[in-house]
Write a protein that binds this ligand. Structure first.
Ligand code: NDP
Length: 291
C-alpha cells in the first residue's frame, strides 16, 4: 500500500472537542444547553445504531439530545405532528429525522415540516436554496464533513479537478455545489474546484474519474471504484457504507485503490464520524441562531 490514510476518527475527535468547548462557553454566556431532538420511526437496526452514535457524540460535546420514537406503523400525519411539536418546543434547537422512513410515510412532507432554523441536516428547501445561492445557513453534514476532512489533511480543492460519483440530494449534489462555490466557511482554498458530477447514466465513467485530483465515491455499491478508475497520486474519499457478508465496506475497493492513490479514507473510520461531527456543529449553530 502506498496511500496515506485520512483518519476521520482522529480528525472528528479533535473537532468534537472544539465543539464541546464552544458549547460550554455558549452555556456559560446564555444559560442555554444546545439540544438535538432525534426522530426515529420503526426499528431498522442500522438507523438505531446511527441514532445511538449521534446521541453519544452529543453527550461528549456538551449537547443535550432526546430520542423520540414512533412505531413502524406510524402514518405521515403522526410523524408530521411530532415534528410540529418539536418545532414549537423552544428547548429544542435542532431536529433530526433519521432516514429512511417506512414506505407509507411521505418523507418529503415530513422533511419539509422541519422548521428551517432547526434543520440541522440542511434538507429543507429553504436551506438547500440558500446553499445553492452561496449564502448557506446550515451545511449538509456529510459534504461539509468531507470538506473538513480535506482541510484538516491540508488538501486544498481550489483549481483541482474533483469527480463525484453519485448525485443524491444528501451527498453528491450538495457536495458538487459546495466545491464549485467561490468560497467556503473554511476559506476559498476549500472551494473553487472544477467539478464533474457523475451518475448511472454517465458515459465512460473512467474518463471522468481518471481525470480527478480528488475522487469522491457516494454510490452505495460495495467496492465499485477500483484502481483503474483512479489517477495515480489522487486523493480518494469513500462515502459508501455497505453491509456485506464480509462486514462493512465502502464504495471503493480499498486494497487496490490504496496502491494508486496518495491519500484515502477508510471505511469505517473515514467520512462516517465526520457526518456526526457536523451534526453537532449545526446543532450549536442552531442554538445560536435561536437566541
Ligand atoms: P443514493 O442511492 O441516493 O445515490 C446513489 C448514486 O450513485 C445515484 O446518483 C446513482 O445514479 C449513482 N450510481 C449508482 N450506480 C452507479 C454506477 N454504476 N455508475 C455511476 N453512478 C452510479 O446514495 P446516497 O448518496 O444516499 O449514498 C451513497 C452511499 O453513501 C451509500 O453507501 C450510503 O450508505 C453512504 N452514505 C454514507 C454517509 C456517511 O456518513 N458516510 C452518509 C450518507 C450516505 P442515478 O442518480 O443515476 O441513479
Amino acid at each position: 500500500m502506498t496511500a496515506q490514510i485520512i483518519d476521520g476518527k482522529t480528525i472528528s475527535k479533535k473537532i468534537q472537542a472544539e465543539i464541546g468547548t464552544a458549547a460550554g462557553q455558549f452555556f456559560d454566556a446564555t444559560g442555554v444547553k444546545p439540544k438535538l431532538a432525534a426522530v426515529l420511526v420503526g426499528d431498522d437496526p442500522a438507523s438505531q445504531v446511527y441514532v445511538r452514535n449521534k446521541e453519544r457524540a452529543c453527550e461528549r460535546a456538551n449537547i443535550e439530545s432526546e430520542l423520540f420514537r414512533l412505531p413502524s406503523s406510524a402514518t405521515t400525519d403522526e410523524v408530521v405532528g411530532l415534528v410540529q411539536k418539536l418545532n414549537e418546543d423552544s428547548q429544542v434547537h435542532g431536529i433530526l429525522v433519521q432516514l429512511p422512513l417506512p414506505d407509507q410515510v411521505d418523507a418529503l412532507q415530513v422533511l419539509d415540516t422541519v422548521d428551517p432554523k432547526k434543520d440541522v441536516d440542511a434538507f429543507h428547501p429553504e436551506n438547500v436554496g440558500l446553499l445553492s445561492q452561496g449564502r448557506p445557513r446550515f451545511l449538509p453534514c456529510t459534504p461539509f464533513g468531507i470538506i473538513h476532512l480535506l482541510a484538516n489533511s491540508g488538501i486544498e480543492t481550489s483549481g483541482k479537478n474533483v469527480c463525484i460519483v453519485g448525485r443524491s440530494d444528501i451527498v453528491g449534489k450538495p457536495m458538487a455545489l459546495m466545491l464549485a462555490q467561490r468560497d467556503s466557511e473554511l476559506g476559498s482554498q476549500y472551494a473553487n474546484a472544477t467539478v464533474s458530477l457523475c451518475h448511472s447514466r454517465t458515459k465512460d465513467l473512467v474518463a471522468y474519474t481518471k481525470m480527478a485530483d480528488i475522487l469522491i465515491a457516494a454510490i452505495g455499491k460495495p467496492e465499485f471504484i477500483k484502481a483503474e478508475h483512479i489517477k495515480p497520486g489522487a486523493v480518494v474519499i469513500d462515502v459508501g457504507i455497505n453491509r456485506t457478508d464480509d462486514g462493512l465496506v465502502g464504495d471503493v475497493d480499498f486494497d487496490s485503490a490504496a496502491e494508486v492513490a496518495s491519500r484515502i479514507t477508510p471505511v469505517p473510520g473515514g467520512v462516517g464520524p465526520m457526518t456526526v461531527t457536523i451534526l453537532l456543529d449545526n446543532t450549536l449553530k442552531a442554538a445560536r441562531l435561536q437566541q
